[in-house]
Design a binder for this molecule. Structure first.
Ligand code: GTP
Ligand code: SPV
Ligand code: MN
Length: 582
């Protein structure tokens, strides 16, 4: 195969001259190709076959133990001006970055095959979708991209029709953490990634394209590229709503996106459907609302904690046609992770006999890759070219204290301040310390391809582009008590909070105005059959004024780091908050 797109043909040739592969292979996205690649990965030991009876067509991949998560300290935004990348990013001058990483790419595919993957982020026929091409020397990356994107001839045909595409070059290299870089060139619509095979570092359509590059494009073109799930909620009256929610990595997007409501809700006729679990592209429609697509076609989800009791929809999709990375394995070849059930695995994520002295059996950031079509709650609207209209935007994080279960913003500007100042405990999704509270604005700290000051200004300016913007909320499922136990049951019970949010969007349910936003009282939340102490619920809905005063001080210092790029509206909102707390 080759292409009629001259830019693509020239680029493939140029990359081949640099990396010197033995062969070039163009991916067509067919089932036959999928089979061929699986056989190849089994033959070379990259894959281990899991139990064919319990898990047909499922594979286990154990990565290099040093290559298990995103590497934020090695991820760069390479804009001409350093200030355009902002204090939220590591920056390198584009010329220096190209030179540094091209030195690593030189000759790196000798003796290997170079795979060319044309892909489309979003439904092939959606005007909101965008295409890219990833060149990689990893067949494991090809198989993941096959599940995560619309990949192959259809995408190539769109590229040939439209012309433009994002260029992504990837090599697993030697997997040496000291020779690893994830470089982004937003002004060139290009990505170069060397030295890691891990999801967010290597599947370039995902965080690199659909968030870092796309957020930059979205700013220039007047739309939003966000780290958000998209969820459909149908009320018993038959009204269909959609919400988008931004939580930092490993903070509950996949779980909320696939939520199964408590029994009473199901009986009453509430229905939840899943549009996306990680990324949301939204643009103003002619009706002044935000219309959203999920640019992805699959889920690259956190395995640990996935169980019948927490996320039964996920469990149902994972017994077939799934790639498992860095999970443990039972005696009879089934995938296993902490929280799944009370079996003891035979081998751990490094292939060693399981020994609790070595730590968890599955890596805390072990993942599954599966087609979204396998999800029982997958919404047919996920394929809609126009996208779905968003009624509410939710921001959240992991905060053991202070932040209430739910709050509604008083206005769009106030909502932008809420989103911009979310803080959350770090997780195993990125290398480095876990459990450290840091600001993670809109859950985009690792993913915004430009200066956060400009990004917030863009959010504020959405008011001029769309006159029926969603209502904005914050949530926190992760408050802990003195014993370190979660105070809110979470998972399916989060439906109770969603019901209040939808009620507020319809102007039906009541709330109390406080300094930090509109909050429900415990009587505004549906607590039928909810097994928890009502005093605890009251605690979760209380406003700790002293705590918020010091939070506001810390927010002021944080915003000031971004200087005069911060829109005035955010400082105005902060002043209002401070005066109401005083
Ligand atoms: P990324 O794929 O990294 O962007 O993560 P995500 O936001 O999709 O996170 P995910 O839904 O996979 O959840 C991560 C972890 O949080 C899992 O171990 C879940 O079991 C846990 N979790 C999710 N929702 C809840 C909740 O409502 N309460 C509690 N206590 N834990 C939750
Ligand atoms: C995240 O870390 O937010 C993920 C996983 O969704 S990865 O695609 O690897 O970034
Ligand atoms: Mn994510």
């Amino acid at each position: 195969m080759t292409t009629t797109n001259q830019v693509l043909a020239d680029w493939v040739k140029e990359v081949a001259e640099l990396t010197q592969p033995d062969q070039i292979y163009w991916c067509d996205g067919t089932a036959a190709e999928e089979q061929k690649f699986n056989d190849m990965l089994l033959a070379d030991g990259t894959y281990k076959k899991l139990n064919e009876e319990t898990h047909p067509n499922c594979f286990l991949h154990l990565s290099d133990p040093q290559d298990v998560a995103r590497v934020e300290h090695l991820t760069f935004i390479c804009t001409e001006k350093e200030a355009d990348a902002g204090p939220n990013n590591h920056w390198m001058a584009p010329q220096d970055a190209h030179q540094k990483i091209d030195d690593l790419f030189a000759g790196c595919m000798q003796g290997r095959t170079m795979y060319v993957i044309p892909y489309c982020m979003g439904p092939i026929d959606s005007p909101i979708s965008r295409c890219g091409v990833e060149i990689t020397d990893s067949a494991y990356v090809v198989q993941n991209m096959r599940l995560m994107t619309r990949m192959g001839s259809d995408a190539l045909a769109r590229i040939e029709r439209e012309g433009g595409f994002v260029k992504g070059l990837h090599s697993t290299g030697e997997l040496d953490p000291d020779r690893r870089f994830i470089m982004h060139f937003p002004e060139e619509l290009a990505i170069k990634s060397y030295g890691s095979g891990y999801g967010g570092n290597a599947l370039l359509g995902k965080k690199c394209h659909a968030l870092r590059i796309a957020s930059y494009q979205a700013k220039t073109e007047g739309w939003l590229a966000e780290h958000m799930l998209i969820l459909g909620i149908k009320t018993p009256a038959g009204k269909q709503h959609y919400v988008a929610a931004a939580f930092p990595s490993a903070c509950g997007k996949t779980n909320l996106a696939m939520l199964i409501p408590p029994e009473g809700y199901v009986k009453d006729g509430w229905e939840i459907s899943t549009v996306g679990d990680d990324i949301c592209w939204m643009r103003p429609g002619e009706d002044g609302r935000l219309w959203a697509i999920n640019p992805e076609a699959g889920f690259f989800g956190v395995a640990p904690g996935t169980a019948k009791a927490t996320n039964p929809n996920a469990l149902k999709m994972l017994y077939k046609d799934t790639i498992f990375t860095n999970v443990a394995e039972t005696e009879d070849g089934q995938p296993w992770w902490e929280g799944l059930d009370d079996r003891t695995p035979k081998t751990d994520w490094q292939g060693r006999p399981f020994d609790p002295a070595n730590g968890p059996a599955a890596h805390p950031n072990s993942r599954f890759t599966v087609s979204a079509k396998r999800c029982p709650s997958y919404s047919p609207e996920s394929e809609a070219a126009a996208g779905v209209p968003i009624d509410a935007i939710i921001f959240g994080g992991r905060r053991a204290s202070l932040v209430p279960l739910v709050a509604e913003a008083k206005s769009w500007d106030h909502g932008v301040l809420m989103g911009a100042t979310v803080a959350s405990e770090t997780t195993a999704a990125a290398t480095g310390a876990v459990g450290v509270v840091r600001r993670d604005p809109m859950a985009m700290k690792p993913f915004c391809g430009y200066n956060f000051g400009d990004y917030w200004a863009h959010w504020v300016a959405m008011q001029e582009k769309a006159n029926h913007l969603p209502k904005v909320f914050t949530v926190n499922w992760f408050r802990k008590d003195d014993q370190g136990k979660f105070m809110w049951p979470g998972f399916g019970e989060n439906m109770r909070v969603l019901e209040w949010i939808i009620g507020r969007c319809q102007g039906e349910l009541s709330a109390t105005e406080t300094a930090i936003g509109h909050l429900p009282s415990k009587d505004d939340i549906n607590t039928d059959n909810l097994d928890m102490d009502m005093n605890v619920l009251e605690d979760l809905l209380a406003v700790d004024a002293a705590g918020w005063k010091s939070e506001a001080e810390s927010v002021e210092a944080f915003l000031s780091e971004y200087g005069n790029r911060v829109p005035k509206a955010l400082f105005d909102q902060l002043k209002q908050l401070q005066s109401q707390l005083a």
